[in-house]
Design a protein around this ligand. Structure first.
Ligand code: FES
Length: 163
């Protein structure tokens, strides 16, 4: 079942919405269940610190809770620091997720990575933090519903609960 923190972030999502005139936008989707997420970032160009972040997620409760948590985790961090936050970190900070919902946390990691890529696309003169392009390629290959370690047993479990 869901942890107290997950229920709290689902019921009272932090940083929900969209920044006006953002410095970066990340749009990602889960091709299997159709859930979608948009991350908008404000970034200090001198320090590369994420000064503001907002999300909009059309998706399941776990997708909303992980979106909310990831915004809390990256706010005030540099892009390089934010890059080290994985979906597993997000799930851990939420007190864990049911195994069949682990794939939902991938959307949160993807959204941040996609927004960062957008930022460096807008600023070709800047050097992306080490590992960003590798991470982007890795996440692109990843089928969020095909995580062998955590969510493989039921392909059709998109919106289902742990049994
Ligand atoms: Fe689609 Fe959770 S992200 S079921």
């Amino acid at each position: 079942m869901y942890s107290e923190q997950t229920m709290d972030h689902f019921q009272n999502p932090r940083n929900m919405g969209e920044i006006e005139n953002p410095d970066a936008v990340g749009d990602v989707g889960n091709p299997t269940c159709g859930d979608m997420m948009r991350i908008t970032l404000s970034i200090d160009a001198d320090t590369q610190v994420i000064t503001d972040v907002k999300f909009k997620t059309f998706g399941c409760g776990a997708a909303i809770a992980t979106s909310s948590m990831v915004t809390e985790l990256v706010k005030g961090k540099t892009l390089a620091e934010a890059l080290t936050i994985s979906n597993k970190t997000v799930a851990k900070e939420l007190g864990g997720l049911p195994p069949v919902k682990m794939h939902c946390s991938v959307l949160a990691e993807q959204g941040i990575a996609a927004a960062m890529i957008d930022y460096f696309r807008r600023h070709p003169e800047m050097t992306p933090p080490e590992g960003l392009m590798e991470k982007a390629a890795r996440l692109e290959e990843l089928d969020p519903h095909g995580d062998e370690d955590e969510a493989s047993e039921d392909e059709g479990a998109g919106h289902g609960e742990e049994s």
